[in-house]
Design a protein around this ligand. Structure first.
Ligand SMILES: [Zn+2]
Length: 273
């Protein structure tokens, strides 16, 4: 069987998708099975001089190597070559030999297909086991819908192994609960208004920033209504100390964040009171 024939058969089997296609291929191939005269194989062993070290047994490479022994013959200076020859029974025609060759190719294809079939069946069995596991653990199906790195990893593990430990299930459910709680909190959070507004609230924190445009002094401002604003500290109070915790009424232009409607970016802040 030539390498080319092997490659061809391999591609043919790889193109088969699904268990029914593999089963049909195997059945069709087995229908073509032929009885054939079998050759016997004679094995002839010959000891020859090592071609790498030319019989010296020494490694002829860089001297910093630990071992000075030839790797090919392990320092023996000789290697054993095995020659296999097919011997056909008397009366075997050239046609018979050709049939034998094609039968080898056919059998190779069947071997590959049977291996692929076994893998596909094992894969399905794992999938069925994973499905049953999800069904037996309330809330897990829901949890697996969340887009979260740990959840994804647990889902992969379940697909591979067919089950998870109790701790892993508890972890998946806990993460799902936390995500849901965050979503509820976000949905219920007070929404920041848009446009030029007057807001009263408290300075939560301040931060000095340096960027391409130079220096700016920013503050996180929490309105009485509950939404938060990221805005420059108004110049009127920028030099004062102990700004955090101070209550202010500001006139400011707000633009709510796309990611979080309870958070807005403010511009042109002026102190009203
Ligand atoms: Zn050698």
């Amino acid at each position: 069987m030539s390498t080319q024939e092997q490659t061809q058969v391999k591609l043919q089997v790889q193109a088969l998708e699904g268990i029914p296609a593999l089963e049909a291929y195997i059945a069709a191939q087995d229908a073509n099975k032929i009885r054939m005269p079998k050759p016997t194989t004679t094995v002839e062993k010959r000891v020859i001089r090592c071609p790498k070290c030319k019989g010296t047994g020494d490694y002829d490479g860089p001297t910093w190597e630990m071992s000075r022994e030839c790797w090919t013959c392990r320092g023996e200076g000789t290697i054993t070559r095995t020659k296999r020859t097919r011997v056909w029974p008397e009366g075997t025609s050239e046609q018979d030999v050709a049939r034998y060759e094609s039968e080898l190719v056919r059998r190779y294809g069947v071997r590959l297909a049977k291996k692929a079939l076994k893998e596909a069946q094992a894969h399905n069995a794992r999938g069925a086991k994973a499905d049953a596991f999800i069904a037996a653990n309330p809330g897990l199906a829901q949890a697996f819908r969340e887009d979260h790195a740990i959840i994804r990893d647990l889902r992969d593990q379940l697909t591979r192994k067919g089950s998870l430990s109790e701790k892993q299930v508890a972890l998946a459910l806990k993460i799902a609960r936390e995500i849901e709680a965050r979503e509820v909190a976000r949905a219920n959070a007070p929404k920041a208004p848009r446009g030029r507004v007057t807001v009263t609230g408290e300075i939560v924190s301040t931060k000095e920033q340096y960027n391409a445009y130079g220096y700016s002094f920013k503050m996180l401002f929490k309105a009485q209504e509950g939404f938060k604003v990221w805005v420059s500290v108004p110049s009127a109070i920028a030099c004062e100390k102990g700004l955090e915790g101070r209550t202010l009424t500001l006139k400011v232009t707000l633009k709510p964040s796309n990611d979080d409607p309870s958070f807005a970016f403010g511009t042109r802040p002026t102190i009203v009171g």
